[in-house]
Design a protein around this ligand. Structure first.
Ligand SMILES: Nc1ncnc2c1ncn2[C@@H]1O[C@H](COP(=O)(O)OP(=O)(O)OP(=O)(O)O)[C@@H](O)[C@H]1O
Length: 747
């Protein structure tokens, strides 16, 4: 196929043009003819039947169209000769001259050098990684079942760039001319700036020691990837971007998830905080988008210029997380022509309209704003091929389930041919139920125990009555010797304002982020925190999930959350990408709902458990132990005791459901690839016991809801009032010995 691409249709092949650049702009002004993916097969057929000339002329005709067109398109080209776009183009030229871009060059014949002898030994063949024919040329050597794909079956690539497909694709991918859009190259230096970038820590290699489990039909046959470069069929542009972000090798969640998505399977993936889940879904999705090329314009509909048809949709619970995923998408799609857009509430909707109108292939959205724009007929989900739920449990927690169900089930999103993936560090049971509705015959990848914390975070407890907390945090911040950022979590918005004020009054450079602050203020607070201008950020749970901020050295739970999953996510803002960090939690009797789970979590992570805390847990939780883990278990996680009972695993394996016959389990420990016994490819029926669990969970949800209903929207004080003057000093626990009188639960 590459022969066809580089065939000389007008005297200058793309190879010639790019190889001859060596940093200089191409000498020949006459454009080389890019053959859109959808025409290549046709051209190949015609060439083999002696009709190559015809095709050639067809391509030339396209080229002539371009040369002779006037009006709007000509204006478009003129745009590229000045200002910002000119700068972007210079970047492109510079890139083409050497460095990454040389590697990156789509038609660089030296690209196979990437497949070193090691790769060859491992049985990876040296096929053209840019083979856009898809079809049967893919695979991991060992056979991951990739070879049966045919993009033509899936309706992609028949129309190439859609409207405007007669234009020449500058990136060579066809995405940059999808929908007749104008391609505006990103500024590489700005995008890949090392400022504020997370570097991997000393523990990065330890991720490989964490046990993993892969379950689901055919789990044992899925390969795992050891390096990004060895994956066949991945576009060199994407590999170059992986180099730019300086990812040397995949993390375990990436090793196991990437092949699942590439194999067109639905996926539920769970791995510890900061272990690289974002790239675990972005990388394979973008790889697939590049391989498939842009889809044709929607059929049987009058094309609505103002309507956007993204191919991938990433849903995230909070605005800041959506922005972060969008920024990552921009990096991974750099130079590919694929356009990512982010939409979220609280921001100017007109600006978001404009961004969408410039073209949108990957849409990152918060559910509320997405529904809003769908109602305004600005976004259609009719062409969604990849659907990602990041931190899906948090979306449910925030009450977004109706919006999510509407987006997935009641609008125009295709049910067939769609791939759905869910990622989180915690997977309470209600999210596994949602998965049963949205995911089809999915693979579940679990790295470590679901909902566990990593051992790089040193977890400490500090007994503090509510009335003593301000003094306690002041002392901690004063005693802090290590440089770095401190993230302080509080329960309510009012509490955030109050603590920020207190800290500022005591000369601590603090800022805050919560739901009552304007979007501008939220983004500004994050910027000041990341840059170190305000190294103390007081936050509600809006900052608990997903945020990846380098140099956060300590997380302080000024108010502990009500459930252990939130605790896991909060402390996961430190100790990321193999770095170390500290989490300090203020504890007192009002934290009863989480105490037992917290004890189990600390023991599991081999953290020091102060004896006063063990006593307190026994004392505070004894009287309601008869309710089992009513409040424990992280919204249904069923923890309540520690050890191996912790966590929610693949429900299909636990409920005596179909898995006994149909589902396989692959674990990094036993590597038993023979356990897959075949199985149906239809949606998994609800496991036995599902209805009963649902009822139990509904009850539990109601209780949790009552306790945590919109902690970020509701300023009601939580828990009993603090004791009067004369209580224990801030740094002293009353639990020197077990106190059996403190066991009443006054819910
Ligand atoms: N293969 C890799 N090599 C080096 N760094 C990586 C790799 N993958 C991800 N990272 C970096 O690790 C950090 C954490 O990644 P990411 O934010 O995706 O974690 P996460 O698992 O989604 O965390 P959370 O559960 O908190 O959302 C990021 O700074 C990311 O750039």
């Amino acid at each position: 196929m590459s022969d066809i691409v580089t065939d000389n249709h007008n005297g200058v092949s793309l190879d010639d043009r790019r190889d001859s650049t060596s940093g200089d702009p191409p000498a020949a002004p006459k454009p080389a003819k890019y053959i859109p993916p959808h025409l290549r097969r046709k051209l190949a057929d015609e060439q083999t039947t002696g009709g190559g000339g015809g095709s050639s002329s067809e391509i030339n005709r396209d080229g002539d169209d371009r040369e002779h067109r006037g009006g709007r398109d000509r204006d478009r080209d003129d745009d590229y000769t000045n200002g910002y776009r000119d700068r972007g183009r210079d970047n492109d030229r510079r890139d083409m001259g050497g460095g990454c871009r040389r590697d990156n060059d789509r038609f660089d014949r030296g690209r196979d050098d990437r497949f070193d002898s090691h790769d060859r030994d491992r049985g990876f063949d040296r096929r053209d990684s840019r083979d856009r024919d898809g079809g049967r040329s893919r695979g991991f050597g060992g056979g991951g079942g990739y070879g049966d794909r045919d993009r033509f079956d899936r309706g992609f690539d028949r129309g190439g760039g859609g409207r405007g497909s007669s234009r020449v694709s500058e990136t060579g991918t066809g995405w940059d001319i999808r929908d007749g859009r104008r391609y505006i190259p990103e500024d590489e230096a700005e995008l890949f700036t090392s400022e504020g970038k997370m570097s991997t820590g000393i523990n990065f290699d330890k991720y490989d020691q964490i046990p993993c489990e892969v379950t689901g039909r055919g789990a044992g046959e899925l390969p795992r990837v050891e390096s990004f470069q060895e994956i066949q069929g991945v576009d060199a542009l994407l590999i170059a971007n992986i180099k730019r972000v300086n990812y040397q090798r995949p993390t375990p969640i990436q090793k196991h998830s990437i092949p699942v998505v590439l194999a067109e399977r639905d996926l539920m993936a769970c791995a510890q905080t900061g272990s690289g889940k974002t790239a675990a879904f972005l990388f394979p999705i973008i790889a697939e988008m590049l391989r498939m090329g842009p889809p044709p314009p929607p059929e049987n509909t009058r094309y609505n210029r103002r309507m956007t048809y993204p191919v991938s949709l990433v849903l995230a619970p909070t605005r800041e997380l959506a922005i972060q995923i969008f920024e990552e998408s921009r990096k991974f799609t750099y130079g590919t022509g694929i356009r990512a857009v982010v939409i979220y509430g609280g921001a100017d909707v007109k600006l978001q309209f404009r961004e969408l109108e410039r073209g949108c292939d990957i849409l990152v959205a918060t559910p509320g704003r997405l529904v809003d724009l769908m109602e305004r007929a600005r976004v259609s989900l009719a062409m969604i091929k990849y659907l990602v739920f990041d931190e899906a449990d948090r979306m449910l927690d925030m009450g977004f389930e109706p919006q999510i169900r509407r987006i997935v089930e009641q609008e125009d999103m295709p049910d067939r041919g769609r791939q759905t993936v869910m990622f989180s560090a915690t997977f309470p049971r209600e999210i596994q139920r949602l998965a049963a509705d949205f995911l089809e015959d999915y693979i579940m990848v679990t790295i470590g125990r679901v909902g566990s914390t990593n051992e790089f975070i040193r977890q400490r407890l500090q007994y503090a009555e509510d009335r003593d907390k301000q003094r306690t945090i002041q002392k901690i911040l004063e005693d802090q010797t290590e440089e770095g950022l401190s993230l302080v979590f509080v329960e309510t918005k009012r509490g955030a304002d109050a603590l920020e004020h207190y800290l500022l009054m005591h000369q601590f450079p603090a800022t805050s982020i919560h739901g009552d602050r304007s979007q501008f203020e939220r983004e500004e607070a994050l910027r000041a925190f990341k840059s170190g201008d305000c190294p103390i950020l007081v936050a509600t749970d809006v900052a608990a999930r997903g945020l990846d901020i380098p140099n956060v050295k300590q997380v302080i739970n000024y108010d502990l959350p009500n459930n252990i999953d939130d605790y896991v996510h909060r402390i996961g803002r430190t100790g990321r990408a193999g770095n170390t960090g500290t989490a300090i939690s203020f504890v007192n009797e009002t934290n009863r709902p989480i105490l037992r789970d917290l004890l189990g979590l600390l023991e599991e992570a081999q953290q020091e458990v102060p004896s006063w805390f063990s006593s307190m847990v026994n004392s505070c939780t004894a009287s309601f132990s008869k309710f089992g883990n009513r409040f424990g278990g992280g919204r249904g996680g069923g923890r309540g005791g520690g050890g191996s009972r912790f966590g929610t695993r693949d429900m299909r394996n636990f409920q005596g459901g179909p898995q006994g016959r149909d589902y396989a389990s692959f674990s990094s420990n036993d590597r038993d690839r023979d356990r897959d016994r075949g199985g149906s490819s239809s949606r998994a029926p609800p496991p036995r016991g599902y209805e009963r669990d649902r009822d139990m969970d509904r009850g539990r949800d109601r209780i949790d809801d009552m306790r945590s209903r919109d902690r970020d929207r509701d300023d009601r004080p939580r828990g009993p009032p603090s004791r009067g003057v004369g209580g224990p000093s801030p740094r002293q626990s009353p639990y020197g010995q077990a106190d059996d009188t403190k066991d009443a639960w006054d819910d």
